[in-house]
Design a protein around this ligand. Structure first.
Ligand code: MG
Length: 254
């Protein structure tokens, strides 16, 4: 299933997207309990796709790709390095990323995002899959100069619009072998694969849920592959995860 969230005639709905037929079929309520079609369908171009979930929190992981850590001349941390990305930074597919006036260096970070489906507390790695609703793309947009200056990440990762998410949540997906790419103005900048992850998606659910309870709708940004670089005003940036789709945003002036 591809679970989308969208605005249809001023109302926010969840639905099942089917790019082949070009349609989205509305479902009743929220997709965490059960998914039941209402019988209403729209053409995808008639609706505006929104971030497919509104997370209570976005838990992000630093330096989780072996090849990216090598590129940075660092080692993968012994335990996953966690930080929080403000949920108010959430941005929609097609939404504008606002380049903050406080920064002169804003980077893209293409990442696989995990969407939690069932409350997870002290969940073991082998049981993690049952707590995951599905997967989508996230751009962990970062004001790199402020990350260095501040040492910790709250401001650098937390600006409004710095968490584009989407285009939809794919429920049947293998997170152990998926391409993760970033394109800027159509040019490939990152071209990685989740097989290079230090801590797997399931290990991340175990580790994070040993620290904090994960609730339905919470998002885990699982780290970025090599090739991180900067964005300029006017750039069009796309995060693509194989088997999920593409998340495209334009960078605009403050
Ligand atoms: Mg990141």
């Amino acid at each position: 299933m591809r679970i989308a969230r969208y605005e249809d005639k001023g109302r926010v709905r969840y639905g099942l997207a089917d790019p082949e037929s070009g349609k989205v079929r509305e479902i009743a309520g929220v997709p965490f309990d059960r998914v039941e079609a209402t019988g209403v369908a729209r053409r995808l171009e008639e609706v505006r796709l929104l971030a497919p979930v509104v997370p209570g929190k976005i838990v992000a992981v630093g330096l989780n790709y072996r090849d990216h850590a090598r590129e940075m001349g660092k080692k993968i941390p012994e335990e996953p390095l966690l930080f929080l990305k403000a949920s108010s930074a959430l941005n929609d597919p097609g939404g504008e990323i606002v380049y903050p006036s406080q920064s002169v260096r804003v980077d893209y970070e293409a990442e696989l995002a995990v969407v939690i489906g069932r409350t997870a507390k002290n969940v073991k790695e082998k049981d993690a899959a049952a707590h995951i609703l599905g997967y989508t793309c996230i751009n962990d947009v970062t004001a790199r100069d402020l990350q260095v200056k501040d040492v910790q990440y709250t401001r650098a990762k937390g600006f409004d619009t710095f968490a584009p998410l989407g285009p939809w949540i794919v429920t049947d997906f293998d997170p152990t072998e998926a391409s993760v790419r970033c394109l800027v103005n159509g040019e490939i900048r990152q071209d990685g694969n989740t097989r290079e992850m230090g801590a797997s998606v399931f290990r991340l659910v175990e580790f994070i849920s040993s620290v904090m309870t994960l609730f339905p709708g919470d998002v885990i940004a699982t780290g970025t592959p090599p090739g991180v670089g900067s964005l300029r005003v006017g750039d069009v940036v796309t995060v693509e995860v194989g088997g999920i789709g593409a998340l495209t945003n334009r960078v605009v002036a403050p």
